[in-house]
Design a binder for this molecule. Structure first.
Ligand SMILES: NC(=O)c1ccc[n+]([C@@H]2O[C@H](COP(=O)([O-])OP(=O)(O)OC[C@H]3O[C@@H](n4cnc5c(N)ncnc54)[C@H](O)[C@@H]3O)[C@@H](O)[C@H]2O)c1
Length: 445
């Protein structure tokens, strides 16, 4: 099939490469000329595990190309994915859907024959109805279908999740639209992946509900971590034991500094605002509590760092391992690690940040913070080491605790992701502090 992907950011770029991998001929449309040029040259403009290889493979095979010209894509493709951004509005009161409206409004008049528009951006309930009016008013002839196909990929796993999703949800209104979906996703559906076909408003709510539930789980276990700190209990053990019940599960149950990134914070904020507007009082109260717990997590981490330090941290040099909002991506949008760095700096400490992939993005966003180009440089002469993003090279590489032990002033690790294999740090003589747990001391090992 000939497909276009309009908006080649963190979702659209991996999606375009995945569509080429599925065998389609793909044209990506990206407004930003630098990003567009890099993508066309097979160079990923951001780090996403496995993405650059797939991009390079298909830009050189000729199955994937990029343009800034929407008309070229309108002429070329039969099916158009819309993957542009939906940031939070500046006043925080819901999404700014202008990129989505703008993309569809520009595309529709350019379509010369039957075509299918498949929206993947995350939008507030009611947006598809607005877009349908634009399609109905602007399409030159009949035969332009609009489908909503919310995306559930996880950054850091974007390639894997695009090629091997656990379900495909589509909101549509005609048998022809369904045929198009079945055709574009045929190789995935042939593997038995479930296709959930529903109406557009239900598809919109499915996406918002999925993200809200994920964040509810994260904030729930973080609230329990707070309880554990009061009573001297171990939150990791609590999460493990309750997660055995399949109604609860283990996914999303690791305590830490809270959720971040380009999606969850804005999606929950926008949904909270929307349910408030709708008058869904209980949903509003629930989601507001989820947001409030999350907003408090960097402070909980600062308090743990102060405890581990034995008092105020002013003047302390703190090696901060991790800047991206999670491992596997260079995305620093709404990164809890950088929020934490800001709070440490506000208290007079000197965070020195290292990240294997996100340094450039972090430097651009927060030029006032201090950075190191290697983990070793970041920990040199540090009073404390804080693990802020769960990259495997921080959590599972046995060489790091040994190498770092000889470079720091004090062997104190504060793991605000509850992610390290603490045994190897303890064996190298470190104290290990984690949220919702008693400190682990090397003597006890
Ligand atoms: N990032 C994720 O993991 C993820 C997962 C699921 C859903 N989503 C949703 O997908 C959407 C995109 O998210 P993202 O993280 O990729 O955002 P992003 O900001 O990284 O990418 C959006 C891209 O669209 C481009 N763009 C905007 N208007 C355009 C136009 N008219 N024509 C061509 N390009 C245009 C921008 O230049 C940018 O590169 C959002 O609604 C988001 O909520 C994202």
């Amino acid at each position: 099939m000939r497909v276009s992907v309009i908006g080649c950011g963190h979702l659209g770029a991996p999606h375009s490469a995945a569509m080429a991998e599925l065998g389609h001929e793909v044209i990506g449309v990206e407004l930003d000329p630098d990003k567009c040029r890099a993508l066309g040259d097979g160079i990923a403009p951001f780090y996403e595990a496995g993405f650059e290889d797939l991009l390079a493979r298909h830009t050189s095979s000729g199955r994937l190309r990029f343009t800034t010209d929407l008309a070229e894509a309108a002429d070329f493709a039969d099916l158009h994915f819309v993957t542009v951004g939906t940031p939070l509005r500046e006043d925080g009161r819901g999404y700014d859907v202008s990129q989505v409206i703008g993309a569809v409004r520009s595309l529709v008049p350019l379509l010369r024959g039957p075509a299918t528009i498949v929206g993947k951006s995350t939008v507030p309930v009611g947006t598809v109805a607005r877009l349908q009016e634009i399609v109905d008013a602007g399409a030159r002839g009949s035969g332009v279908e609009l489908i909503w196909n919310p995306e559930f990929l996880r950054e850091g796993h974007a390639v894997q999740d695009s090629l091997f999703p656990d379900r495909i949800v589509v909101g549509l209104t005609s048998p022809r639209a369904r045929e198009m979906v079945e055709e574009v996703y045929a190789p995935i559906l042939a593997r038995g992946v479930g296709l959930i076909v529903t109406d557009p408003p239900t598809a919109e709510v499915i996406k918002s509900a999925a993200n809200s539930f994920l964040t509810t789980k994260i904030s729930f276990i973080n609230a329990i971590a707070e309880v554990c700190e009061f009573v001297g209990a171990d939150v990791n053990m609590v999460a493990h034991a309750i997660g055995i019940d399949t109604r609860i599960g283990h996914g999303g149950m690791r305590p830490g500094i809270g959720y971040g990134g380009g999606c969850l914070p804005k999606d929950v904020a926008a949904f909270t605002h929307r349910v408030g507007e709708l008058g869904a009082r209980h949903a509003h109260e629930l989601l507001s509590a989820v947001e409030s717990v999350n907003a408090g997590r960097p402070l909980a981490a600062v308090e743990l760092i102060e405890k581990a330090n034995g008092g105020p941290i002013s003047g302390r040099v703190i090696a901060l391992l991790g800047a991206s909002f999670k491992a596997g991506t260079s995305d620093v949008r709404d990164s809890p690690a950088l929020r934490l760095a800001g709070q440490l700096a506000e208290r007079g400490a000197v965070p020195v940040i290292y990240d294997p992939e996100a340094l450039a993005a972090a430097r651009t966003l927060y030029p006032e913070l201090a950075y190191a180009d290697t983990a070793e440089r970041a920990v040199t002469d540090a009073d404390l080491v804080v693990l802020a993003t769960e990259w495997p090279e921080f959590t599972a590489d046995p060489k790091l605790p040994v190498a770092a032990a000889g470079l720091v002033r004090r062997k104190v690790l504060v793991d605000v992701r509850n992610a390290v294999e603490s045994g190897m740090w303890l064996a190298a003589g470190w104290e290990v502090w984690q949220l919702g747990r008693q400190p682990q001391l090397p003597e006890a090992h």
